[in-house]
Design a protein around this ligand. Structure first.
Ligand code: UDP
Ligand code: MG
Length: 311
């Protein structure tokens, strides 16, 4: 019996890219005919014709399966849905825009099959074609998060990876609502090989990520995989407490010895402003964690399915 490989494709407004993608992946599946393929397109509440494009392929080709969400739930939700629906012995996640080169699949498969890896990840070594400011913040983010978190986040790591069923099952077993896949992938461990490639421009359509969206995503990553910012707030509070104590002693001493010259209300205002800033910042940090806990305890589903090829 041939082993099965599931290709998960999170797709949000990708009507233009999917035909190119389908053509490429079909080529690859012919080359890798020692495996059975299934393509799982996850329509993430697209507002264009993505779903009907996918349905057309599903009618013609029974390897094509799909899940359609009731609204846009985000790529993380798409990845989870794909992993949960996949039936393959091996599973890969690929963007619809061909930025994840399907040609690597064969090499990835052999690394798992012949060299005993559980998982093969990919990382971009260049960020060509990306706005420089975005690259700069991305680099900063990886520096910061790797300092803050015990889990290693690889700079430039993509979601494009090939995994064995065992790895997939462990990822699915993580039921958290705030899903930060890059962290979850590292969290589950297993023997991982990294392949590198140069950045590739998307074939059609446009990127769904604005700078602001990426910024929020980065914060999510930090709160999901590190609690150090909380410690940081506490330490800051403690330092100011000690400082205040020393200053009070100093002032009391000065008043007793030298009398009480009235002065310094501007400096007082500065100190008040500074300290209330620090306080608000710390409350904000706590608020971030609290809001994540709040959402987590609600136990909402990560995604809601409207239709699949089965029903
Ligand atoms: N995507 C998704 N839901 C979203 C946003 C994106 O499923 O809310 C998919 C998108 O269709 C694509 C992949 O995630 O297949 C990567 O998105 P994109 O190419 O816009 O990101 P970039 O490559 O610019 O980081
Ligand atoms: Mg892309």
């Amino acid at each position: 019996m041939k082993k099965k490989l599931s290709v998960i494709v999170p797709s949000y407004n990708e009507e233009k890219a999917i035909p190119y993608f389908y053509e490429e992946i079909t080529k690859i599946s012919k080359e890798m005919n020692y495996l059975d393929f299934e393509y799982i397109f996850v329509d993430d509440g697209s507002s264009d014709n993505t779903l009907s494009v996918i349905k057309d392929y599903a009618k013609k080709d029974k390897r094509v399966r799909f899940i359609s969400f009731s609204r846009n739930f985000g790529k993380e939700a798409g990845i989870l849905a794909g992993l949960e629906y996949s039936k393959g012995d091996y599973v890969t996640i690929m963007d619809a825009d061909l930025q994840d080169p399907p040609e690597l699949l064969e090499e990835m498969y052999h690394l798992i099959k012949d060299e005993g890896y559980d998982c093969v990840g990919t990382r971009r070594v260049t960020r060509k074609g990306e706005p420089p400011i975005r690259s700069f913040f991305a680099r900063m983010f990886y520096k910061i998060i790797n300092k803050l978190s015990d889990i290693e986040m690889v700079d430039g790591a993509r979601d494009y990876r090939l995994m064995t069923r065992q790895v997939v099952d462990s990822i699915i077993s993580i039921k958290e609502y705030n899903r930060y896949s890059k962290g979850i992938f590292s969290f589950v461990g297993f023997k991982t090989k990294w392949l590198e490639y140069e950045n590739i421009k998307r074939v059609a359509g446009e990127s769904k990520w604005s700078f602001w969206k990426l910024f929020i995503y980065a914060l999510d990553g930090i709160t999901a995989f590190s609690t150090l910012p909380l410690v940081f707030s506490a330490v800051l509070g403690f330092i100011f407490f000690i400082l205040a104590f020393i200053i009070i002693l100093f002032i009391v001493f000065r008043t007793i010895v030298f009398g009480d010259p009235v002065a310094g209300w501007p400096s007082l205002v500065c100190i008040i402003l500074f300290l209330s800033g620090v306080q608000l910042f710390s409350i904000g940090v706590i608020g971030q964690y609290l809001s994540k806990t709040y959402l987590e305890t609600k136990n909402r589903p990560v995604y809601i399915v409207k239709e699949t090829e089965e029903k």
